[in-house]
Design a protein around this ligand. Structure first.
Ligand code: ZN
Ligand code: ZN
Length: 177
């Protein structure tokens, strides 16, 4: 069994909240304070982005996400935690909690808030129009075939996926079109 599957099962385990609370109590205060500050920061970014896009920030349980989104997000977390991800030059570390960013279309890359530019393909490129769910290259909003970027926040990780109109229907957090 690989770590992504183990982590996925853990997220679905009803005992997780109690376990996480116990783990938090065992951690030094400087670490939990930093983690709290980083959590507040990523929540603020999420709220700002949702206001900008006019799409509400929707609380979701991990199991509400389509499997492919949940598992690619967990892949990103696991690679980061195991130190097998490629990072930006600031080497964001799980041992020094700060918001981190990853995207479905560049698996294995984790960057800090200053380096999110590394994640996004050039505007109007094929890559920027490709759905991460099914591989469809969207023609553009003029033909009602636009691409929609969905952002999922889990803990300190911000994870973006590009969705075509069809795949967007399977995404529970989708806001107004
Ligand atoms: Zn960086
Ligand atoms: Zn699609």
């Amino acid at each position: 069994m690989n770590y992504t599957v183990i982590f996925d099962e853990l997220l679905n385990d009803p005992r997780l909240a109690a376990f996480a609370a116990e783990a938090r109590n065992a951690l030094p205060t400087w670490f939990t304070d930093q983690q709290q500050a980083a959590g507040d920061e990523i929540r603020r970014l999420g709220e700002a982005a949702s206001t900008l896009q006019g799409a509400p920030l929707t609380p979701l349980a991990p199991q509400d996400l389509p499997d492919w989104i949940r598992l690619s997000l967990i892949d990103a977390l696991v690679w980061w935690l195991l130190d097998t991800a490629t990072t930006c030059r600031h080497s964001p570390s799980p041992y020094s909690p700060k918001p981190v960013f990853a995207v479905a279309w560049k698996p294995g890359l984790i960057v800090c808030a200053a380096c999110t530019g590394l994640l996004y393909p050039p505007r109007n490129s094929i890559a920027s129009a490709t759905c991460d769910g099914c591989g469809h290259v969207c023609a553009g909003p003029a033909t009602d075939d636009g691409i929609y970027t969905a952002s999922v926040i889990l803990g300190l990780l911000w994870f973006d996926v590009g969705l075509c109109t069809d795949c967007r229907q399977t995404y529970p957090g989708h806001g107004p079109r």
